[in-house]
Design a protein around this ligand. Structure first.
Ligand SMILES: C[S@@+](CC[C@H](N)C(=O)[O-])C[C@H]1O[C@@H](n2cnc3c(N)ncnc32)[C@H](O)[C@@H]1O
Ligand code: SF4
Ligand code: SF4
Length: 368
């Protein structure tokens, strides 16, 4: 947030938590929280605060747990953010994930107009047959979604924005992973579009990408099972470069209780409270991208500015709890594998503790 303080900092803006799908694997479908659309005044207050404090995030992501393109002002909101960041001063990149079902021509045109600034446009697809699509996403508009994606590919200029075609491997679709790879691979080849296929976040996705993503299961105890399924499927597809994946062992490490010790070491703190600023549609600010129920809320933008909330005692206490490994005040974190949070290094934690006068916590660093 402050220039140079942390690597890979993220600002997530949940334009809305409404969705036109009810995907079986998504926590969005399993919660009862009040839904709504972010008012323009909230977006403006965030923009004003970022500009006046001269804040910087490596990434802006314009989605949360919901489908942002359903916001009636989606195109205008995106345009405001693109214009504000035209020189790259505030965000290193801007990413959008969408299910691609309800893209109007207005939305498509804005995404293409600012395509160079949109670092990733990721389509969550997860199926190649309409029946499977319905089983997973519980939406019948498979053909409409496919046509929207093809339309963007054909309309975009100089291959901008870069596009991800995402397939999360789960029981319901694992049998059709090959057909998915072939369907989109053929489409890209027929249109002479260079692409890569990834089964992890690395190597960097510099070209359009067919991405076979791991499932982050709703039940955390199933993490190892789905890591193994992912490993099995990508191996069968022939895209696993070398068999260096230990078939779930890493996931066992990740799926521990956060305060738990393994031999002499404790799990690293989650970077969420340090690097992942999440603003919900109603102005609630939380330290976590998967905090559907706002359990880790640090305040609301009606009470204070984004920068001041991110520097308040509650937020510092969350960071210190992760460093100390005492997560009694953060039960949500105790069972979390923080699969999608960026990494945080010991150096970053040390710099943070010194900057804010918490040197008495430095000893905890020896534990992980
Ligand atoms: C929650 S969605 C919100 C954006 C949009 N509605 C979409 O589906 O792309 C953000 C991302 O999380 C992914 N996602 C949802 N549930 C997941 C899970 N259980 N494991 C891994 N990724 C998941 C989606 O595929 C998408 O890429
Ligand atoms: S993955 Fe996206 S489309 Fe599916 S329910 Fe979640 S928010 Fe909606
Ligand atoms: S440990 Fe999990 S629940 Fe806690 S902040 Fe990190 S990602 Fe969120």
């Amino acid at each position: 947030m402050l220039k140079g303080m942390f690597k890979d900092s993220i600002l997530a803006l949940e334009f809305t938590n409404f969705c036109n799908c009810s995907c079986i694997m998504c926590t969005q479908s399993h919660n009862k929280i009040i839904k709504g659309f972010m008012p323009e005044t909230i977006l403006d207050s965030i923009i004003n605060n970022i500009v006046s404090e001269d804040l910087y995030f490596d990434k802006l992501i314009t989605f949360g747990l919901g489908e942002s393109t359903l916001h009636p002002q989606f195109a205008q909101f995106m345009e405001k953010l693109f214009i504000m960041n035209s020189t790259g001063r505030y965000f290193g990149g801007i990413d959008l994930h969408t299910n691609g079902i309800d893209l109007t021509d207005e939305i498509i045109d804005i995404l293409i107009k600012y395509g160079k600034q949109l670092s990733t446009l990721s389509f969550s697809i997860d199926a190649v047959y309409a029946e499977t699509y319905y089983k997973i996403r519980r939406n019948k508009n498979f053909d409409k979604m496919v046509n929207n994606i093809k339309k963007i590919f054909k309309k975009r200029i100089d291959k901008n924005p870069r596009i991800n075609l995402q397939f999360i491997i789960m029981d319901e679709n694992s049998e059709e992973a090959y057909d998915f790879m072939k369907f989109w691979g053929d489409f890209l080849q027929d249109n002479k579009i260079p692409y890569q296929i990834n089964y992890d976040w690395y190597p960097a996705m510099n070209k359009d990408t067919i991405f076979f993503k791991r499932l982050n299961p709703v039940k955390h105890e199933e993490l190892v099972k789905y890591e193994s399924l992912h490993h099995f499927v990508v191996k069968k597809l022939g895209i696993l470069k070398e068999d260096n994946n230990n078939n779930g062992e890493n996931e066992k490490e990740r799926a521990v209780e956060s305060h738990e010790w393994r031999g002499e070491k404790r799990r690293m703190p989650c970077s969420g409270p340090f690097k992942y600023v999440t603003v919900c549609w109603n102005g609630d600010v939380t330290v976590c991208c998967i905090d559907t129920m706002r359990d880790l809320k640090i305040g609301n933008l009606s009470e204070n500015t984004l920068y001041n909330l991110w520097s308040n005692d509650k937020c510092h206490n969350y960071r210190l709890a992760h460093i100390k490994g005492d997560l009694t005040s953060m039960p949500k974190c105790q069972h979390c594998n923080n699969l999608d949070s960026p990494e945080i290094s010991k150096k970053e934690i040390t710099d943070y503790l010194k900057k804010y006068g918490y040197e008495n916590y430095l000893d905890y660093l020896k534990e992980f």
